[in-house]
Design a protein around this ligand. Sequence first.
Ligand SMILES: Cc1ncc(COP(=O)(O)O)c(C=O)c1O
Ligand SMILES: [Zn+2]
Length: 389
Amino acid sequence: MNNITLRTTSTALQLHCSTCGKTHTIHEVQSVSTCCESALLVDYDLDLSIDKSELSNLANGMWRYESLLPVFEYANRVSMGEGMTPLISLRHTFRRFGFENVYLKDESGNPTGSFKARGISVAVSKALELGVETVVIPTAGNAGGALSAYGKRAGLNVIVVMPRLTPEPFKEEVISYGAELILVDGLINACGKMAQKIEEVKNAFNMSTLMEPYRIEGKKTMGLEIVEQLKWEVPDVIIYPTGGGTGIIGIWKALQEMEILGWIDSKRPRMIAVQSENCQPVVDALANKTINPDLYKPSVANGLVVPNPVGLTMITNIINVSGGKAISVKEEDIMLGIDDLANSEGILPSPEGGAVWAAFMKMLEARELHFKERIVLMNTASGYKYSGQ
Ligand SMILES: Cc1ncc(COP(=O)(O)O)c(C=O)c1O
Ligand SMILES: [Zn+2]
């Protein structure tokens, strides 16, 4: 039988070092850059004209943007229907404040119940394309669940390293998919160290945020979708629950690529990073405070607890350039935010989504938003994932 390989329309060319720009091949397994040990980012051939009006003829998920994704062959695509999550108007709640254009990008409906499915779908597809067999990931919960599911679907061996304090449903999820679960005393930075050891001992590829070049490409699709769903208008504000920061970096990359393609102009949203007061390195870095990762504590929003984000400089640069800011919220306000969103709109968010709601309320009270602005709040995961606790 002939082995016919069907090529996607991917225009991916190469990777470049996020610190010095040195290019790296995309046709071999890559982790961080060989020059500066920094994150590698994918370059596309954006001189090719890609017609945005044709997108609507393509499948209704994140892979409709396949030209701007790094997977070359359809056979390697590991997909379960990620993306094209709804952008829901919150007009009912905010009309009384005079705000007509507030939206919730609700990521609950992704496979495995969180936005992590996007990045993991791309990363696992690319791992398959490059012949990786065993993968390891340090995780606050959601990424581990997603990698267990997608990795198993791709026939990979999956090892997940999680803080022992993580809520039980996240551990059960990993075990259900038959992945190996390793629990660590400490936060995700301790898990990161353990994952590096496992990488060497078990010859596993490390899927840790920004140490793997393709998760960010999947996260990027959130930015593409938000703009497409707003009929190619860039919002004025995006409020995003920030841990490792790949969402913010990915959304920003999407905006840059869309501008080069001529899909949007140079307008950018103010990027607002939301953190928990228990662990707020982005807030502290922007306030020029010295960061001591050991002083940060766990939060009910476990996805936000990344004491030492690898991409901290990239995150703070984006926030500054965008004219945005970082805000931290109290644990009790995160809990109130969950109930308030559920009560007002009938959507049960993850604690990270509750934190975003709380931050939005704080900004409203401080009059930091204008009623005419288009504002997008992100709920990154489903509250149902937490209901078995
Ligand atoms: C539900 C949820 N929201 C937000 C985050 C933080 O995401 P990012 O790495 O894009 O900052 C995480 C990360 O674990 C998460 O699980
Ligand atoms: Zn470099």
